[in-house]
Design a protein around this ligand. Sequence first.
Ligand SMILES: Cc1cc2nc3c(=O)[nH]c(=O)nc-3n(C[C@H](O)[C@H](O)[C@H](O)COP(=O)(O)OP(=O)(O)OC[C@H]3O[C@@H](n4cnc5c(N)ncnc54)[C@H](O)[C@@H]3O)c2cc1C
Length: 550
Amino acid sequence: MANDTDVAFPVLTGPDLDRLVARGHPRPVKVGDVLFAQGDRNFCFYIVLEGAVDIIEHASETPHVVTTHRKGQFTGDIDTLTGRVALVTARVVEEGLVQMFSTAELRKAIDEMPDVGEVIVKAFLMRRRMLLEGGFVGVTIIGSRFSPASHRLRDFAVRNLVPIRWMDLDSDVQAEEMLRTLGVAASETPIVIGTKGQITRNPTLEQFARCAGLVVTLDADHVYDLVVVGAGPAGLAASVYAASEGLDVLTADSVAAGGQAGTSARIENYLGFPTGISGRELTQNALIQAQRFGAHITVPCSIRSLGIDGGDRVVTLEDSTKIRTRCVLVASGVMYRKLDVPRFEDFDGAGIYYAATEMEAKMCDGEEVVVIGAGNSAGQAVVNLARHARRVRLVVRGSDLGASMSRYLVDRIESMDNVTISLNTNITGLDGDGHLGAVRMKSRDAAEETLKTSALFLFIGADPNTSWLRGCVELDKRGFVLTGIQLAPETPRLERWSAIGRAPFLLETSLPGVFAAGDVRSGSVKRVASAVGDGAMAVSFVHAHIGARV
Ligand SMILES: Cc1cc2nc3c(=O)[nH]c(=O)nc-3n(C[C@H](O)[C@H](O)[C@H](O)COP(=O)(O)OP(=O)(O)OC[C@H]3O[C@@H](n4cnc5c(N)ncnc54)[C@H](O)[C@@H]3O)c2cc1C
């Protein structure tokens, strides 16, 4: 069986190598030639035919050779497909010949030669995994683990596969020394140190993304076939199907690809994964799949509003850039609800969390933590946190956990020794000084109880992310997007519909050419599989809308 290194650094030989080489361009190389350097964008893909190429990482204190590619081996990792900057440098160390491919040529080869394509994509994914797990330092974040701003940056980095070195001011003496050397006060943290040594104090996500080389420049003059708003399961599915069917797709997400599913520790009910799959793995694979087919995916990129200009739809980004498109897919999902108790705002992000990924779970090592909620997301969080925390208290307002949580999760939770379930219980208050220190709760017929804890996890339902659509498409009373037959009976008779001679499609909103998929859609089943199904189905309506217009 192939080990991780074999998967990451395969050697192409025989007909596979010949068929791939026939699609590229030969480039003779001399010792010292740099094929691409760390920080380069849109860098090419190279197969070594003669000679040798070193892959060097400069992010650690002393540059070191990660690997040396020889005959039949190839350069690149997932960023060869994503348009992000290169994290390493490729330098020729033995004179010879390489075969060069642009990203578009590589994508075409992967599409048309699925067997070789699989080897390349698997190698790219494994290389990134090895880079992340092997302590590769992309950018450094120094801050307090109790600071909401630090948590936001780390969460953003993890969800976007940005390699980081995290230095915790509360437990790492080197972090303090580093701040002193840099002349930065603790009050100015979190700070981010880029790979070229540039320091940004308390950056926004956009500044951080720029520092990490994530930001891509969008062409405001271009007209896309489809702009997908939100890269959760619905948006990613639509991106995969649309791009694979030749549509020109831009997908924007305000935080990271993956949406809610990306924060799920383990999804056990998604078809085809009998032992479950982590939400992160599922959605990262979908992201690579979409990019492999040529979808442009940009983060962090919030859409502020939607409008019409002539025959085009226009989405406006936070920075006021306007993007024109023939169709829009609203896949902006939902946002977790907050708790209505005094001092909630004081601890939101400073001890209150809405996800229980590996990062949060590790933060709770040996501690007692509280989870509120009775759905599957709360159940998964408990299972994940209980592996690290000393004790997990699950607080449920109702009297029957099985009424809202899948049986397999209830059984698992009930069998865990370090989990306590408090039914018929409400949170009455929060205490702490700068960071959450205690949660007060009261169960029916009992006195108020105070539980000392530095972490409270909320899974109490969610509201749709549709403020950017208000006044533009019809929404239901709770703000979810109405589509197809849910729309007001007079909608199909409006001028905008009679002008195109048809009624709205099943997943089409009150605005022609604007579709909705996944959790944001009124009446949808709030599940990964339904979101994926919606996203895939919406693409067929996009084709029908575009086809009818030409
Ligand atoms: C912890 C947890 C565990 C779960 N476990 C399971 C499970 O085991 N099985 C299951 O079937 N389901 C599970 N679910 C539910 C499932 O994850 C959701 O039903 C699914 O993710 C919905 O997908 P979506 O694409 O419709 O929306 P979302 O996943 O909500 O994605 C929406 C995306 O849109 C982005 N966005 C929002 N507004 C904007 C804007 N204005 N501009 C740009 N981007 C924007 C957001 O950042 C987000 O990434 C779980 C949910 C959670 C929270």
